[in-house]
Design a protein around this ligand. Sequence first.
Ligand SMILES: [Zn+2]
Ligand SMILES: [Zn+2]
Length: 144
Amino acid sequence: MSARHTPSDNCLICRGEQEVVIGIEERGPHERMYDYKRVLFCAACDVGELRSFSYDDFVEFGEEDDVMVWSAVLVSSDVSRLRASFACTTPLDHQCKCAQHLRAYATGVRVDKTLLPEYGPDRHSPAGRSVVSVRVTDGLAEFC
Ligand SMILES: [Zn+2]
Ligand SMILES: [Zn+2]
């Protein structure tokens, strides 16, 4: 991966470092592909996000961007609810395949996220992001 494709979990608003709240899923990093989905929280801004990062060097040139970063806002109270209700003892384990992790993955993929620009001056602009929430269904936390 080139330097500009190196993923950063920094806050889109203040650019500060963020806490990883939930590691939902991760593949890689490999030389030509890397993707992950996780929940991040910025204490300074008191706001969280559901972020999906995807790097795929195998896409045909001009077909689609090799890097796709998707994000949705999670308000602070939803991050708190997620921490309290996430029914897995290893929430930071991206490789965990328990029912809770699978539910977070399935619903996290489905909810509406905003594709962030990867190139140009507006790179990773937080403007106009969709907002998702957290609810508990059958004892498992899920995005909605
Ligand atoms: Zn911030
Ligand atoms: Zn788990």
